[in-house]
Design a protein around this ligand. Structure first.
Ligand code: DX5
Ligand code: ZN
Length: 225
């Protein structure tokens, strides 16, 4: 089954609870929360307090994508705020394996994300310690960027690694995904699809989300859901 994870980054921040409820009603699986620190990426979003405040207004799985330096200093706070999946960047972690074990010990799912220039093979020695691999198909920091086609190759490599060593691990892809390429990322092995501008930028986001899901599941054939 394909999971759709709308990214709040492209929502209207002045109406954030309403914008979150809109995608929940439209059948979103995860709420993707982009955490940016102005250091690991050249943009700023929000910290644990807003995640905790949003938590009171949604039953969705909170999928926190930490684009921050020294994530080890913040994972406890994001877990306390209600993040269900905590994904850290490979490039931001000196002691990645220790941090992944720690995230799991907090009762969250542990994710690791790769920038476009970071090879999948670097995950070989932590594959059993992860619940989710996030392949970035843009350089992180902003919504609305163009999809980098090499991500399809990386998804196929990650899918092979997962199938061989940790079949329960989820494979998420993030950046530049919409109607034109959602079937391609699914065919390459992704099962969690993050989308910001293609959902929140649509004329009718509540109709666009199920339309995107149908396109995602088409390559899987009947009975995919
Ligand atoms: C980018 C973020 C993405 C972003 C995707 O750094 O990690 O989650 O919201 O936005 P779109 O779907 O517009 O590329
Ligand atoms: Zn993201």
């Amino acid at each position: 089954m394909i999971k759709i994870a709308p990214s709040l980054l492209s929502a209207d921040f002045s109406r954030i609870v309403e914008q979150m409820a809109l995608v929940e009603r439209a059948g979103a699986d995860y709420m993707h929360l982009d955490i940016m620190d102005g250091h690991f990426v050249p943009n700023l979003t929000w910290g644990p307090k807003i995640v905790g405040d949003l938590r009171k207004h949604s039953a969705l799985t909170f999928d926190a994508h930490l684009m921050i330096s020294q994530p080890e200093n913040y994972v406890d706070d994001f877990r306390k705020a209600g993040a269900d999946i905590i994904t850290v960047h490979y490039e931001a972690c000196i002691h990645l394996q220790r941090l992944l074990v720690h995230i799991r010990s907090l009762g969250a799912k542990a994710g690791v994300s790769l920038n476009p220039s970071t090879p999948v093979e670097l995950l070989q020695d932590v594959i059993e310690d992860v619940d989710l691999i996030l392949i970035m198909s843009v350089n992180p920091g902003f919504g609305g960027q163009a999809f980098i086609p090499n991500a399809l190759k990386k998804l196929r490599e990650a899918r092979a690694l997962i199938d061989a060593h940790n079949p329960a691990c989820e494979l998420e892809v993030d950046g530049g995904i919409g109607r034109s390429n959602i079937a391609d990322v699914v065919a390459a092995g992704a099962n969690v699809i993050v989308m910001g501008s293609s959902i929140y930028g649509a004329a009718d986001p509540a109709a666009e989300l199920p339309a995107l899901r149908d396109l995602a599941e088409a390559p899987l054939g009947a009975g995919a859901r």
